[in-house]
Design a protein around this ligand. Structure first.
Ligand SMILES: [Ca+2]
Length: 525
């Protein structure tokens, strides 16, 4: 087959002799963007654009997957299966060590720290500017049906439904402060999704279901956790709640909605994009009765095992709908595990952080090196392990290539195209650098095997003394820390003082990336 290799849509062919379906996709792209009917007589039997399912776990650690932690105490058969049927990236990173910034970067292909650092707090507005191109907006332009089911946590325009007489308090708002009958703007539907179902943030008010831009039921009472979590705190912020709201009903309901949504796409003309950000295993740690005791890692382990079963339901639904072979499934997590991971090591022997140093919030590896799996039948070879440095920021440019979309210069400014890796060219370097950041003025940069923590410590989460001692942590006598991750994945041996030239180069590169406003290869001067 002949396609124009000079066009972005021919890129798949330039990558060499991939599986045949790739050529089919490239041809389909060249001939007809998705959603455009071909003229009579020109009907092409080649496959349409792939469906895309992006599953985003919340606070799931690198060591929570049995396939990358041989000592895991949690059964994760469906994650294991997804990895065995696709590619497991072992050096993949979220943009931040916390929720909102990582989600922003995933859905825009841009480092969060170019815009902000913190999370969207209770009743705060959107962090996505109206003109910012998002992943679902890009896919809608290519004819996709786009759905978001789960944890949004990128903000809404709450002021639009706030009653005029409201005192305007954000924290602990009473139910009377809002007119719950009104549409809430600037949420998922204003940033590229055709539909939304979820509870926005599982531990923030309002504790109620959202369907598109409305709440399904007005919250009328003050939050009280039910059930009280068996591990960790509920972490539920004060505010309005629907009477009878059950924290352990959230993941089961989201799972049912996702299964129904996938079946609803069956036989549809357009390809679909489903973004399924889980509320688990983030606190409140609330496995259902059915899942209690199913792991050897306590209630958290049970919650992860239950979440793994949710993944199984998604994979089953794709098969039942007859689309599993035409669907790219990506599974990843927004940041490392919460601080309950430290006592869990002592109590159960399970290491949610695996071999990594640090947890959620940290710029140590444990804060942002996360599980990352991709299954794409006919494109990604089964059972592949990819050790290349990649980021969730790269999802946007990668999918742009898959769907034949040419990214404008003012979008996805930090996104690198992972297509060669997915196609099995594993010895290529896609990323020669990656910036890690959670808090303002607290950065690290990765170059090859080296990571420079450009601060006294990579830690933000408090480390219990017993854990630090058992792990061999020692105080850093220097102003920064340099590690060779190939030889020292646990980040224990600081090579800062022995490598002044390398440190200077890495600092200089970090400064340049921060100042230039972009790092994507396609935007290089
Ligand atoms: Ca999170």
């Amino acid at each position: 087959m002949d396609t124009d290799n000079s066009s972005p849509r021919g890129l798949w062919n330039e990558m060499g002799p991939g599986p045949r379906v790739l050529g089919g996709i490239a041809l389909a792209l060249t001939l007809a963007p998705a959603g455009c009917a071909l003229p009579p007589g020109d009907q092409d039997p080649t496959p349409r654009l792939p469906n895309i399912v992006l599953i985003y776990a919340d606070d799931m650690g690198y060591g929570d997957l049995a396939i990358q932690n041989p000592e895991s105490r949690i059964p994760t058969p469906n994650l294991d299966r997804l990895a065995s049927e696709g590619m497991c990236f072992t050096d993949a990173h979220s943009s931040s060590g916390i929720c909102t910034p990582s989600r922003y970067a995933l859905l825009t292909g841009r480092y969060h720290w170019r815009e902000f650092h913190g999370i969207v707090n209770v009743f705060e507005g959107s962090v996505i500017a109206p003109e910012r191109l998002t992943l679902p907006e890009m896919l809608k332009q290519q004819g996709y049906v786009t759905g978001c089911i789960g944890k949004w946590h990128l903000g809404w325009d709450w002021d639009a439904i706030r009653r005029p007489e409201s005192p305007g308090t954000k924290l602990g708002a009473s139910p009377e402060e809002f007119d719950w009958s009104l549409a809430i703007p600037d949420g998922p539907l204003d940033h590229g999704f055709d539909s939304y179902f979820g509870d926005d943030v599982p531990n923030f008010p309002p504790y109620t279901w959202f369907r598109d831009e409305h709440v399904l039921a007005a919250p009328t009472v003050a939050f009280a956790p039910d059930p009280v979590p068996a591990e960790g705190a509920a972490e539920g912020r004060a505010g309005p709640m629907v009477e009878g709201w059950k924290l352990d009903a959230v993941m089961p309901r989201l799972t049912e909605e996702v299964v129904d949504w996938i079946h609803g796409q069956s036989g549809g003309e357009a390809p679909f994009f489903l973004y399924f950000p889980w509320t688990s295993p983030h606190a409140p740690i609330v496995p259902t009765e059915e899942w209690k005791g199913r792991s050897a890692a306590g209630p958290y382990g049970d919650f992860v095992a239950q979440s793994d079963a949710t993944l199984g339901r998604v994979l089953e639904a794709l098969e039942a709908a007859g689309v599993a072979d035409d669907t790219l499934v990506i599974f990843t997590s927004d940041n490392g595990p919460e601080h309950y991971a430290y006592p869990r090591v002592r109590n159960t022997g399970h290491r949610s952080m695996g071999p990594l140093r640090g947890l959620k919030r940290d710029i140590w590896e444990g804060g942002h090196r996360i599980p990352f799996l991709a299954r794409w039948p006919g494109v990604v070879a089964e059972g592949t392990v990819c050790e290349a440095l990649v980021s969730q920021v790269d999802v946007m440019a990668t999918i742009a290539t898959a769907v034949g979309f040419e990214l404008p210069d003012d979008s996805a400014e930090d996104s690198h195209d992972l297509t060669p890796l997915l196609k099995g060219v594993l010895d290529t370097t896609i990323r020669d650098s990656l910036v890690h950041n959670t808090r303002k003025d607290h950065y690290a940069i990765r170059v090859g095997d080296w990571v420079l923590i450009d601060a006294k410590s990579g830690g933000i989460s408090r480390v219990p003394g017993w854990f630090a001692e058992a792990s061999g942590h020692v105080p850093n006598p220097h102003e920064a820390a340099l590690f060779n991750l190939r030889e020292d994945l646990g980040q224990l041996e600081n090579l800062f003082s022995e490598n002044p030239d390398r440190v200077a180069q890495m600092r200089s590169l970090l400064q340049r990336i921060r100042e230039e406003g972009h790092s994507a290869p396609r935007l290089a001067d």
